[in-house]
Design a protein. Sequence first.
Lengths: 332, 434
Amino acid sequence: MTVQLDARPPATPATGNSRQSSGRLSRFDTRFSPYLYIAPFFLIFGIFGAYPLAYTFWVSLHDWDLLGADHPFVGAENYTRLLADVDFWHALVNTLGIFVISTVPQLLAALWLANLLNRGLRGRTGWRMAVLVPNVTSTAAVAIVFGVLFGREFGMINWLLDLVGLDAIEWKSNRLASWVAISAMVDWRWTGYNALILLAAMQAIPRDLYEAAAIDGASRARQFWSVTVPLLKPTIIFCAIIATIGGLQLFTEPRMFHSGTNPIRGGPLRESQTLTMYMFENAFAPHYNFGYGSAVAWLLFALIAIVAAVNVLLLRRLGGGARPNARKGTTR
Amino acid sequence: MAVFPRRRLAAVALAAATALLVTAGCGGGDEPGDGPVTLTVDVFGQFGYEQLYQEYMSANPGVKIVERGTGTNLDEYSPKLTQWLAAGRGAGDVVAIEEGLLVEYKANPANFVNLLDHGAADLKGNFLEWKWNAGLTADGKQLIGLGTDVGGIAMCYRKDLFQKAGLPTERDEVSKLWPTWSDYIATGEKFVAAKTGASFLDAATNTFNTILLQTAGNSSGYSYYDTSEKLVVDSNPAVRQAYDVTMDIIDSGLSGKYGSWSEEWVSAFKQSKFATIACPAWMTGVIEANAGTGAQGKWDIAQVPGNGGNWGGSHLAVPKQSKHQAEAIKLAKFLTSAKGQIGAFKAKGPLPSSPQALDDPAITGATNAYFSGAPVGTIFGTGAKSLKPVYMGPKNQAVRTEVENAVRTVELGQRSPAQGWTDAVANAKKAAAK
């Protein structure tokens, strides 16, 4: 979402009218009203973003039984315990694993789809709309359906594997298989979305670049890799950042993928338990340890901040690669 | 000139709209105090109260009852209830609490109305003594909940699959097949050898829990925690014994490995993929809901191997946050009365915890058409009054989850029985410390 932030020049003195009070009012207007305009965002962010963040941190410093009346202060104990908690690191590896397995094919597929959609297809708008359809379906519904598709004995995927003579796969209790199944869910949902963003960026590439390339004898594939992809870099990185934020907070898909007793565990050996699921398991059932869960939330926050910082560095490096002193001239 | 005022107007409108949204988001769901009172009842599984609500509403025209949660499993229900209690709003006026969670809720009794302050003390004689005591806090000064049902255990089985495997199908003969768990395993081996395309039992975890509660009830009277609330998962012989029997079951290839309460488990019911399931009284309602009308008359009920046992059973409590406490208490008393318990039993099978109800001809003579007319009243009811309860410690649910998960990993072939036991003990200790 982009908000147009055109900084208007200060209002020129009202023509013809030079009353003292009006001048003061307009000075007040120019000085303070911009703050009022942006206030709603900060107000809402304060209530729904900053306050919960600070409160979660406060909770994470306490031994906070969800139902208990007393919450003794324990300092950093939750954090030190958490850093020595193998299940936490296990969940971290799961999260990163699922993130990589889902994001890389997803962006490649999105790029390919966008390239196809960028051609002169018949019924182009229809196709473009169609790729977004998976994104409109409810995540929970998607996850439940995929959970059934990937069932061990009654699932369609294993049935198909059986048809071609392959052994059934334990999709829910094999670590790698469950990562793949969950990634399939994520990709099914988000590939079209990314494809549309990449498509928009592709359409902003001037046609004459392609014409020039064609005159030079570049093939379609060569044009794609040498013209399209380099010019899409910022957009690809944007998609990667969005995928990172979503991927590290993955919850609904792996949670709904598992059913039965204690699904929050993500499989008997926590095969596909993500960090957010681990947070939920501790903060709510079956442990109801709100303090410990809050500590998980804060470490997750730190992790996302680190990954986002890496992303920004990459963005600077790649975006500035073409023009060494780019930062000077750009406004962003 | 015109630009600024319009923009400012837009900003004000936006701010106002936001404020409206915020207040609307927080203010929903409160009904005014006068007029008909709406009571919300939160349950899980199958409590069988629909008929009773109708009856209650026609006797009390000012009350409207809304129920939430029938058919959900306990793992979905309990976190929600805990969050509602912690948040101070959202819970129903009457809430069902399963015995394993009751211990945790009792540790923080301030969340609930003390039913002793509302004349519940007179009702003591209406409940089995241990069921009544389970609802009391440790100091005996507060009654959190009134008992609904107890979980006397039997063994439900598929007659058609037994016939296919050449086993007897008559319930008395089936009961004679398995006086002990090793006889049950031997029967299972015969069943598997007959290659009916179905497994002998649904999931090792359910059977494990049954054996554990039975063994514990017949020996020490506690399972994972002793009565001084010390974790004894590795030193209580009952736990180890139940684990070893379960390992034998897995080893003999009897389990269909349908993780209990999962989508697959439900599908396996529908597709007749297993022949027996350990069957606390409340499970009969679950079986009927899962297997559907197509399996009517194909199920029957025999004695459980070993000797009796109790699994599950619930209480009804009234959260302090309820806006209609008096009405809610009245409803809870009605639903847990002998009459209410008989009504629930007839609808969905949960076995009454009231001795009067257990003696009532409506129970003693009850049969269940879905289960081939099995005399459920005598099967479950006979042993009910001599049921030995198993003490549950503070983190019972979390510990049980860990041990059952270890059983599941062995069942799925991910761990050896020895590794599974090491995991069970280590993870249970970790969970108890959280």
